[in-house]
Unconditional design. Sequence first.
Length: 187
Amino acid sequence: MKVTKTGIDDVLIIEPVCFGDHRGWFMETYSQPKYKEIGIDNHFVQDNHSMSAQKGTLRGIHYQNDPMAQAKLVRCTKGAVVDVVVDLRKGSPTYLKWVQIELTADNKKQVYLPRGIGHGFVTLTDNVEFEYKVDNVYSKDHDRSIRYDDPMIGINWEGLLGGLKPILSEKDLMAPFLKDSDCNFIY
């Protein structure tokens, strides 16, 4: 597998090896010993799968506060997204820095996010399916969002969508700005 570092400490892009022939293809989407070799030694306890019906659907910026924070291994299994991760760890040399990665069913890339990283994505096609592993179970009491258009972070979602307005949930529309949040990550 190919591993690429990003501009945020410990956030990695992973390209699994895919074997194909006239029948189709096969790949390992996760192997604990192989991922441990590249520094990902989380004990994943839950898999999540979402479907977004319309192009332009924006989900994020999501995270869970400590002590229920989650590391994630994410991938797009149908369609295409621009995945965006932002460092929310106060004291980190990359605090508030964000990176974007195009994840598609065709490119099969994955992104590893350590705990303390906010996560969001916007769909580039209709009928997108997105899957991710997490190393802590969902906790409603620790579930948090940062407003998608927070000026402290400065993600240009409409630019990613070619000027289209994103489709948002009520939860994401009502999310607080980072300065008004109780985000508790320390690097």
